[in-house]
Design a binder for this molecule. Structure first.
Ligand SMILES: Cc1ncc(C[n+]2csc(CCOP(=O)(O)OP(=O)(O)O)c2C)c(N)n1
Length: 428
């Protein structure tokens, strides 16, 4: 792989982001300029996905928890050949475009969930990683790892300050979700300035105490170090990993390191000087991608398509070896419901019983009809009759369990359930 072309591609992602923000005259240039090498390294060298089929079932999931960094996500997806055109990038933040100010699920190919409210993305990613662990335990068979993918999220200081991210991270560590990898854009800047004024705890110690593997990259421009950290994270499947990447917000711009680069366009003069710093001459056409970078990206796209092809062969072999299992799984994926799901009467319910008894009976009736039902309670399962009888508990040793004990973590529970559903194949 040519390092020059690789760096040029990263800088192209930066340039496209800056141009989109300038064209919209609004947006967040700081994160794209600082975190481009991190996100690009992930998407280019690690993420198992197929830009030609964003819905591929066994793709790695990626959540842009720091949703304000959307311009960078769109630029990287564009370079990799997702259905986001140069014209779409020019329409950044415009009504009706597929490049809204913050990523929106269902609006943009490659966007796995709507983000913007900080912390939610990370917590939802925990749900996706739980879905993967659960489905893998139930549907994989020896020699047939049909469900076998990682879940990644990109977070910033704001995400890690939000309480929901602590709740979800605590649970992820407890469950040992080893295929969850969180990248932390550790630029120590938020809107109001340095994190010195608000956020001085030891994040590494916090995550370690929650049972995570914590890795650090001292220089966010060092893609070799980011690569190594991602490989180390993936090889530890017993613990979730946090990779803190030390970056400089607004890097290469006149506002490098300054909170002012967080959420306002650089302005045309500063944008021009940033592009020059990144190696783009003033005569380069806005939103253009050099033919060398296009070819470089195309080569990667071909490899990614092949990765899905190989998986499709595995899936077909699994399906013919285990037809009943595959039929159940595909039925769940399609969201089909049994015809006898709504009988006129369930067991021996009577009006004199408390509603929580009714709820428990209905839930268990549904559970017998719906093999993909999963869920739980925030420490109130036995009180609220939320136990799925005959099914075990989801935990590190038995991820096939359908009863999830969320502990007293209601806010994370909501986001995690969204993640279970967004993953596909489950109901909650
Ligand atoms: C729940 C929630 N609260 C507040 C905001 C508004 N907001 C957006 S970005 C941001 C600062 C985030 O700082 P950081 O994560 O460090 O991002 P960076 O400045 O590095 O881009 C805030 C307060 C939000 N999007 N979501």
């Amino acid at each position: 792989m040519s390092q020059d072309l690789y760096q040029q591609a990263i800088n192209t992602a930066r340039a496209l982001s800056i141009e989109a923000i300038e064209a919209a005259n609004s947006g967040h240039p700081g994160l794209p300029l600082g975190a481009a090498p991190t996100l690009f390294e992930l998407y280019f060298n690690h993420l198992q996905h197929n830009p030609l089929n964003p819905e591929w079932l066994n793709r790695d999931r990626f959540i842009m928890s720091a949703g304000h960094g959307s311009a960078l996500l769109y630029s990287v997806l564009h370079l990799l050949g997702y259905q986001i055109s140069g014209t779409d990038l020019k329409q950044f933040r415009q009504l009706g475009s597929n490049t809204p100010g913050h990523p929106e699920y269902g609006n943009t190919p490659g966007v796995e969930m709507t983000t913007g409210p900080l912390g939610q993305g990370l917590a939802t990613a925990v749900g996706m990683a739980m879905a993967e662990a659960h489905l893998a335990a139930r549907y994989n068979r020896p020699g047939f790892p049909v469900i076998d993918h990682y879940t990644y999220a990109l977070t910033g200081d704001g995400d890690l300050m939000e309480g929901i991210s602590y709740e979800a991270s605590s649970l992820a560590g407890h469950f040992g979700l080893g295929k969850l990898i969180v990248l932390y854009d550790d630029n120590r800047i938020t809107i109001d300035g340095s994190t010195d004024i608000t956020f001085t705890e030891d994040i590494s110690a916090r995550y370690q105490s929650c049972g995570w593997q914590v890795l650090t990259v001292d220089d966010g421009e060092d893609t070799a170090a980011i690569k190594l950290a991602l490989e180390t994270a993936r090889s530890n499947t017993a613990q979730p990993s946090l990779i803190a990447v030390r970056t400089i917000i607004g890097n290469f711009s006149p506002l490098a390191g300054d909170a002012k680069s967080h959420g306002a366009p650089l302005g045309s003069a500063a944008a021009e000087s940033t592009l020059l710093q990144l190696g783009f001459p003033a005569e380069r056409a806005a939103f253009s991608v050099s033919s060398e970078v296009k070819k470089f990206m195309q080569e990667r796209q071909n490899i990614l398509a092949q990765i899905e092809d190989d998986w499709q062969k595995l899936y077909r072999a699994w399906k013919s070896a285990f037809p009943d299992l595959a039929a159940e799984f595909e039925n769940n994926l399609a969201g089909n419901l049994p015809t006898d799901l709504f009988p006129e009467k369930i067991d021996s319910l009577s009006e004199s019983q408390p509603t929580r008894v009714h709820s428990g009976r209905v839930l268990n009736f549904l559970n017998r009809k719906l093999p993909n039902l999963i869920g739980g309670s925030a420490d109130l399962a036995s009180s609220n009759n939320l136990v799925l009888e005959g099914d075990g508990s989801f935990c590190r040793a038995t991820p096939e369990g359908k009863n999830i004990h969320f502990g007293v973590r209601e806010h994370a529970m909501g986001a995690i359930v969204n993640g279970l559903i967004l993953h596909g194949g489950l109901r909650s």
